[in-house]
Design a protein around this ligand. Structure first.
Ligand SMILES: [Mn+2]
Length: 398
C-alpha cells in the first residue's frame, strides 16, 4: 500500500492565509493521485476554535477528496470515538487544535462530518487488495504529559498487518532544549513505521530500527533556517519500505544573514537592500525574505527608522521581515544580563504558561501533581463558568 504522509496545514493561519489553503489543497490533491491512503498527523487547523469560514475551507478541501474513488477502505476501528466514513484519510488533532478533554476540537468536527477518520486514542485499519495497514494514533498533547499517556495507553501493534504509530509531539533528539520531551527510544515499540507532525521542517529518522517520517508543514510559519526547502509530503510504500519526499509549489523562502559589524552606519541599509533585491527574481513569485542582522550596531543608530520602513518598500514584490535578534547593542546586552530578553524566542502561549506556572507555585499548588497545561485548558473551556470552577477546584483539592 502506498501511504501519503502530510502534516501541519495550519488552515486559518493569519499571516499566510491563502498560502495555507492553496498549499494544503495542492498537497492533498497530489497525494491523492500518488497514494492509496493518507495520514495526517495533526495541525490541520491553526487554532483550536477556527472561525466558520476557516472550517468551510477545510470542509471544501476534504469533501472533494472523499468523493474520489479510493481503492483502499477503512475496514476496522477500535478505540475512542467512532468512524463515520471508510475513506482512507486518517488524522489526529495536533497541539494547535487541542482542547480540554471533553470539548470537541475542530478535527473531531471533520471526523463527525465523515470527511476523515479521527484516530486519536484509537486504531484505524485500512485495507487494499488484501493488504491491511493499522494506524494507531495519539493526538497532540502537552509534552510533559505525553510519556504518561503513552504508558497509560500502552499502544500495541496488531498481529499480521503493517503497523503505523502516528503522533504529534516534540522529540528530544530533534529539539534538545527541554528535558521533558520524549526520547525516541521511549516511543512504543513493535511498529513498522512512525509518523509525527508538529515539527515544521521535514525529518527522516529511525525509531527502534524502523523509519520515522516527519513531513514538515505545508505552509511557512516559523521562518526558520530549516524551512527554506520547498514544502511537501512523503509517500511511503509499505511493501518495499521505499519512500520519497514530494515537493509542492510552496512560496519561496530565504533567510539571509547580514553581518553589520563590518559595515559603517551609512552602508548597513544598502547592504540589507542588496541582500533583499538579490533574492527577488523575474518570476514575480513574491518570496518571503527574512534578513537576520548580526553583529554590533552603533547604539541609537538612525538606521532603525529605515529598517522599519523597509518591508513596505518591497510591498507586492516580496514579504520582507527584518530580524534584529542577532544584533548586539549596549542596552540589549544589559537587559539580557537581567534575563529579560529570553522571551524573544518563546511563543506568547509559552510565556503565558510560564507566568501561570509561577503564580500557581506562589499559591502553594503542587504543580508536579496537577498538570498546569491541563488546568489552563480547563479554565479556557466552553463549559459553563460554574462547571469550570467546580472541575478546577476538584483538580486542585483532590
Ligand atoms: Mn504545527
Amino acid at each position: 500500500m502506498r501511504i501519503a504522509i502530510l502534516s501541519d496545514f495550519h488552515l486559518g493561519y493569519e499571516r499566510f492565509r491563502e498560502d495555507a489553503f492553496r498549499q494544503a489543497e495542492e498537497a492533498l490533491g497530489r497525494a491523492a493521485e500518488l497514494a492509496d491512503a493518507m495520514l495526517i498527523p495533526g495541525d490541520i487547523f491553526d487554532g483550536r476554535t477556527p472561525r466558520p469560514d476557516v472550517i468551510a475551507e477545510a470542509i471544501n478541501l476534504f469533501r472533494n477528496l472523499s468523493r474520489r474513488k479510493w481503492n483502499a477502505r477503512v475496514v476496522d476501528f477500535v478505540g475512542d470515538g467512532s468512524h463515520y466514513t471508510d475513506v482512507p484519510i486518517i488524522a489526529i488533532p495536533g497541539t494547535h487544535e487541542r482542547r480540554a478533554q471533553d470539548d470537541a476540537d475542530p478535527v473531531d468536527l471533520l471526523g463527525l462530518a465523515g470527511l476523515l477518520v479521527d484516530a486519536s486514542n484509537a486504531t484505524a485499519v485500512i485495507e487494499a487488495g488484501g493488504e491491511r495497514v493499522a494506524v494507531r494514533g495519539i493526538g497532540g498533547i502537552a509534552d510533559e504529559r505525553f510519556g504518561q499517556v503513552v504508558s497509560e495507553q500502552n499502544p500495541r501493534p496488531l498481529e499480521g498487518v503493517f503497523n503505523v504509530f502516528m503522533f504529534h509531539e516534540s522529540l528530544y533528539e530533534l529539539l534538545p532544549f527541554n528535558e521533558q520531551f520524549m526520547r525516541m527510544e521511549e516511543l512504543p515499540g513493535g511498529f513498522d513505521l512512525y509518523v509525527c507532525g508538529h515539527i515544521h521542517g521535514r525529518v527522516e529518522g529511525n525509531v527502534h530500527g524502523k523509519k520515522l517520517l516527519i513531513p514538515g508543514s505545508t505552509v511557512l510559519t516559523q521562518l526558520r533556517e530549516t524551512e527554506q526547502e520547498r514544502k511537501g509530503f512523503y509517500v511511503y510504500d509499505t511493501k518495499s519500505g521505499a519512500y520519497e519526499h514530494v515537493k509542492i509549489n510552496s512560496r519561496r523562502f530565504v533567510l539571509q544573514k547580514v553581518d553589520v559589524s563590518k559595515l559603517g552606519e551609512g552602508t548597513i541599509v544598502s547592504a540589507v537592500e542588496e541582500g533583499i533585491e538579490s533574492m527577488i527574481n523575474a518570476s514575480n513569485d513574491r518570496p518571503v525574505i527574512r534578513v537576520v542582522m548580526e553583529g554590533k550596531v552603533p547604539r541609537g543608530s538612525s538606521i532603525e527608522t529605515y529598517l522599519n520602513d523597509m518591508p513596505r518598500k518591497y510591498d507586492g514584490k516580496a514579504v520582507v521581515e527584518i530580524s534584529r535578534a542577532g544584533i548586539e547593542e549596549e542596552s540589549l546586552r544589559a537587559a539580557s544580563a537581567q534575563g529579560k530578553v529570553t522571551f524573544e524566542k518563546m511563543s506568547v502561549k509559552d510565556i503565558g504558561m510560564g507566568i501561570f506556572l509561577e503564580n500557581l507555585k506562589q499559591q502553594g499548588v503542587d504543580t508536579g501533581r496537577v498538570g498546569p497545561v491541563d488546568l489552563l485548558e480547563m479554565l479556557g473551556s466552553d463549559m459553563g463558568k460554574d462547571k469550570i470552577v467546580k472541575k478546577v477546584m476538584e483538580e486542585l483539592l483532590k
